[in-house]
Design a protein around this ligand. Structure first.
Ligand code: ADP
Length: 298
């Protein structure tokens, strides 16, 4: 529940932003975010508004989320919430966007979703990165442009997480193995250079849904231009969609040899991030993925 004065401040702000009286709107907890408090704000005769509320310092995260959502909205086969605005109020930050009535991705939606993801990945640049840094969960995500994918992946993805892991107390032998992997990747993997596709960036099953007309819907992004296989790898990490999703995707973007090995390298970034954000419960996954990757490419 929002404290009375916070709710009042947000409803005043929404009234001004949207040009309607929201002071007497209903505010109900909605969705179960990993990071933010999330609410549906509803008033008679107007579509509902979805808001995220966090500490004042979270404004930067919300502004980056807005940029990410706007990039994703270029893909017209995916429903991405329209953003209304962000604000830093007295004791909180808030992000307001279109409320979408979401349902989980079921078998009947999988083909359409896979094809839509391929369309998103068809939006390309000629280098890897983005014109701004953003966040993956609460962690900073570095997006300095690189023309070489593996240089991008090592310097902007694995290395920053490795530095954080050291500060979080990861054991030295594991850090050394990680250093070894980061050292050998550019040579061992150099024959594979993917296209620089627009990625969701945090495509676990909880960030995929369909709207009330069955249109594939994405939210909570960590966008950049990179290898589309990174999104596919993450889509399998916490409960994967069915095979129809992947079959439809690969009808548009054929699967390439060696994807199993790369998939482990791509999972490693997210397992490291989970270790850094949520603690030792994820150490086993880091260790398994790291050792398997070393066995395969060293
Ligand atoms: P967090 O950044 O805290 O992880 P999310 O963006 O993932 O928050 O949102 C939390 C949950 O709220 C999602 O899992 C989803 O179920 C729901 N949700 C997200 N965006 C919307 C939206 N625009 N409309 C309705 N529900 C949403």
């Amino acid at each position: 529940m929002l404290r009375g004065n916070i709710q009042e401040g947000i409803l005043d702000w929404l009234s001004e932003l949207l040009g309607h009286d929201y002071q007497r709107a209903r505010v109900e907890a909605s969705g179960a975010g990993c990071i933010n408090e999330t609410y549906e704000v509803s008033r008679r005769n107007s579509p509902s508004v979805f808001i995220k509320v966090g500490s004042p310092a979270q404004l930067d995260m919300y502004e980056k989320e807005v940029k990410g959502l706007e990039l994703l909205r270029q893909c017209d086969s995916i429903h991405v919430p329209e953003v209304f605005g962000t604000a830093q109020l007295d004791s909180c930050s808030v992000l307001a966007m279109e409320f979408i009535s979401l349902s989980p991705l079921r078998t009947a939606h999988e083909s359409r979703f896979g094809a839509a993801l391929a369309q998103l990945h068809g939006i390309e640049r000629n280098a890897f990165g983005l014109d701004h840094h953003n966040f993956i969960g609460r962690s900073h995500q570095i997006n300095d442009w690189k023309s070489d994918w593996w240089e991008f992946y090592c310097e902007n993805r694995l290395l920053p997480q490795r530095k954080l892991a050291q500060m979080k107390g990861m054991r030295l032998p594991l850090l050394k193995d990680l250093d070894r992997l980061i050292e050998i990747i550019p040579v061992a993997m150099q024959r594979y250079q993917p296209r620089a596709s627009l990625l969701h960036g945090d495509l676990w099953s909880g960030n995929m849904a369909v709207d009330d007309t069955g249109v594939p819907t994405l939210f909570d992004p960590a966008v950049y231009f990179g290898d589309g296989e990174t999104d596919l790898a993450m889509s399998r990490m916490f409960g994967a969609p069915g095979q129809a999703f992947y079959d439809a995707y690969h009808e548009h973007i054929p699967q390439q040899d060696g994807h199993e090995v790369r998939s482990k390298l791509y999972d490693l970034y997210h397992w490291l991030n989970h270790f850094n954000l949520f603690g030792v419960g994820y150490l086993g996954q880091v260790e398994l993925t790291l050792e398997a990757s070393l066995r395969e490419i060293d």
